[in-house]
Design a protein around this ligand. Structure first.
Ligand SMILES: [Zn+2]
Ligand SMILES: [Zn+2]
Length: 228
């Protein structure tokens, strides 16, 4: 499966474990200066400031927000147009290791029917749950591979008090997009002979024996050599 990740996409935030941009100790104190050191922009629609939640394990907050779809959010013939609305229902829960985010994303994707190439637009609703770990500014962690090429076992990290939902939303939405979008379940597709949309013509649409004269000549030739 190819997943276009080039272009001016935001850096996969919160994933790098070894190099916290914060000097030791800063992570536990919420200050404005800590925020400005982060690579994340707290005003970005998919960045969440967890300070109202705090770090007391067990505290919880819910939030609804509507964000513009980041680009590219597509696979094959289906995608969520950049800038279109994604409605998010989010629940943030402080746990020992970090912030557990449980959410639901609702949006629409557009596509081309894989059988008849008609435009398709369908609602998409997908749930997710991810743990964003607190940045480790304590010692005692072992540096993992700096660049984790694989998408499996992806760990997310807070940057200071900020967490970036973009990689999470991107993964769940792209996974939920249909590999073979259909305009309707029983789309009959296109006629292999003439390319007409079979939904637009008689159910019995057929070219029968009325073959292309060139094929007809070939058939006759074969009959002749086969002895009839
Ligand atoms: Zn179709
Ligand atoms: Zn036809």
């Amino acid at each position: 499966m190819s997943c276009p990740r080039d272009g001016p996409a935001a850096p996969a935030a919160g994933r790098r474990r070894g190099q916290s941009p914060f000097p030791p100790g800063v992570g536990s104190v919420s200050t404005e200066s800590a925020i400005t050191l982060s690579r994340l922009d707290s005003r970005s629609p998919l960045v969440v400031d967890t300070r109202p939640l705090g770090r007391q394990a067990g505290s919880m907050r819910s939030e609804e927000r509507v964000v513009p779809a980041p680009a590219p959010l597509a696979v094959g013939m289906a995608g969520v147009p950049e800038g279109s609305d994604i409605e998010l229902s989010l629940r943030f829960e402080a746990v020992m290791e970090g912030v557990l985010v449980t959410g639901e994303a609702r949006t629409r994707y557009t596509a081309e029917c894989s059988r008849c190439l008609d435009p398709v637009s369908e609602a998409l609703e997908v749930g997710f749950q991810e743990l964003f770990r607190y940045p480790s500014d304590d010692d005692g962690y072992e540096p993992v591979d700096e660049v984790d090429a694989g998408d499996e076992d992806e760990d997310y990290y807070l940057e200071g008090d900020l967490l970036d939902l973009e990689p999470v939303i991107r993964d769940v939405v792209v996974l939920a997009l249909p590999q073979s979008p259909l305009c309707r379940d029983d789309c009959p597709g296109l006629c292999a002979e003439c390319g007409v949309r079979l939904a637009d013509v008689d159910p019995g649409h057929s070219h029968g024996e009325d073959l292309d004269p060139r094929w007809e000549a070939l058939r006759r030739l074969r009959e002749d050599s086969g002895g009839g």
